[in-house]
Design a protein around this ligand. Structure first.
Ligand code: PLP
Length: 417
């Protein structure tokens, strides 16, 4: 059935999909088409069952089709699904987030993470009255023009966009720096600080595969940005509520000026949010002159989905430790295997097909992609679904059982042979 559907899909959707990585082009196989999902399992239209280690790209943490979330959504939709006006649930979700992440004094909801980041940058530029931004190679902040940039070779000042259709003009104020390289960051800031509005970072990068920051990297980044009046933006779109009830900033005790959220806070429905200090946020319309808006922003169905998810997470905080333990079980079993590097943090992990620790985007370019692809295909055929790229992070949920974890270990070892 999947092959038939793929043929039809390709005639109407570009590449048969609505987001590139779903095409499985990296792996060189046809996409799978999903029919339904429950808990840790996802089922394709041919009836194949997979243990899901992608979990909606990290947007699902309680497991698929969580009963309370679905029940609450059902109750809400009976009363109308979009008013374009404010409802009580927006205030409730905002307050819950604020209580969990103290650096967020005011918040604005958007419909995607991309929008949240885009608007946070506009705000940072308005607040500082400066125009340049610093990002890190391999970090992803959504698909809008000025952030589709990775550094060229060395410390060259000329960058290329990672996408066609982005005029050089749109990226000339973006500087991309190697992650975990505090010396380089310091150098770039000292040279350009008069022009730099903000540094944006995924504190635990998850979009080049999972990379863990070195001890002092984020602390030094905070010190430097403070010293030079540069705003620090944490893109916690993946990490928000994934590692604890809050953000990485709580775990590490670092206070960014602005934070971007998304994924989990919508409980599986489309969402984004950005927030931070009130003196910065008040520049946003209608209080200030930084324009930002959305027909669907704060949509009542999305809000109840997010609220119902976060309320459950707040009540059951011990689940974060349990998910972490499950990942450590995998790590213990796989860490001895040659030419593999197991990168992990909380409920997130990446199996890098490389024989050494990876610290940045340059390191992971040396991964053995052929070996990854061979393994990936076998895993899929054995009923394990992972994000179809070496450069994505895998996720587990509250619904993953010890049995799921043991199956993953067993199949990984078997399929590496
Ligand atoms: C997913 C993601 C985004 C983009 O969010 P969308 O909702 O896909 O637009 C931005 N930043 C990070 C860190 C992400 O993981």
């Amino acid at each position: 059935m999947a092959i038939k559907l793929y043929k039809v899909a390709k005639k109407v959707l570009v590449g048969g999909v609505n987001s590139p990585v779903r095409s499985f082009k990296n792996i060189g196989i046809n996409p799978i088409f999903i029919k339904n999902a429950k808990g840790s399992k996802i089922y394709d239209i041919d009836g194949n069952e997979y243990i899901d280690f992608c979990m909606g790209w990290g947007s699902i943490i309680l497991g698929h089709a969580n009963e309370k979330v679905i029940k609450n959504i059902r109750n809400v939709i009976n009363n109308g699904i979009n008013f374009g006006l404010t409802t009580k649930s927006e205030i409730e979700l905002a307050n819950l987030i604020k209580s969990a992440i103290p650096s967020i004094e005011r918040i604005r909801f958007t419909n995607s993470g991309t929008e949240a980041v885009m608007s946070a940058l506009r705000l940072a530029r308005a607040f500082t009255k400066k125009k340049k931004i610093i990002k890190f190679d391999g970090c992803y902040h959504g698909h809008f023009d000025s952030l589709l940039v990775n550094a060229g070779s060395g410390v060259s000042d000329i960058y290329n966009s990672t996408s066609d259709g982005v005029p050089t003009n749109f990226i000339k104020n973006t500087i991309s720096v190697q992650f975990n390289n505090i010396k380089l960051l310091k150098k770039v800031i000292e040279k350009n600080y008069r022009d730099i509005a903000c540094v944006i970072v995924e504190p635990i990068p998850g979009n080049m595969g999972l990379i863990v920051p070195e001890n002092e990297f984020l602390y030094e980044m905070r010190k430097l940005t403070e010293k030079y009046d540069i705003l620090l933006i944490f893109d916690e779109i993946i990490t928000g509520f994934r590692l604890n009830f809050g953000g990485v900033q709580n775990l590490l005790n670092i206070k960014p000026d602005l934070t971007c959220l998304g994924k989990i806070i919508g409980g599986g429905l489309p969402i984004g949010a950005f927030g931070g200090k009130k003196e910065i946020m008040k520049l946003l319309a209608p209080e200030g002159n930084v324009y930002q808006a959305g027909t669907f922003s704060g949509n009542p169905v999305v809000m109840i989905s997010g609220l119902s998810t976060l309320q459950q997470l707040r009540r059951k905080r011990e689940i974060y430790d349990k998910m972490k333990e499950n990942i450590l079980i995998i790590k213990n079993e796989l860490k001895k295997i040659k030419n593999l590097y197991f990168s992990n943090y909380g409920s997130m992990f990446t199996l890098f097909f490389i024989g050494k620790e990876v610290k940045n985007y340059d390191d992971i370019k040396k991964c053995d992609l052929k070996r990854f692809k061979r393994w990936y295909k076998k895993m899929l055929n054995s009923g394990i679904f992972l994000p179809p790229s070496q450069y994505e992070t895998s996720f587990i949920s509250v619904a993953h059982s010890l049995n799921d974890i043991e199956k993953f270990i067993f199949q990984t070892k078997k399929n590496l042979k």
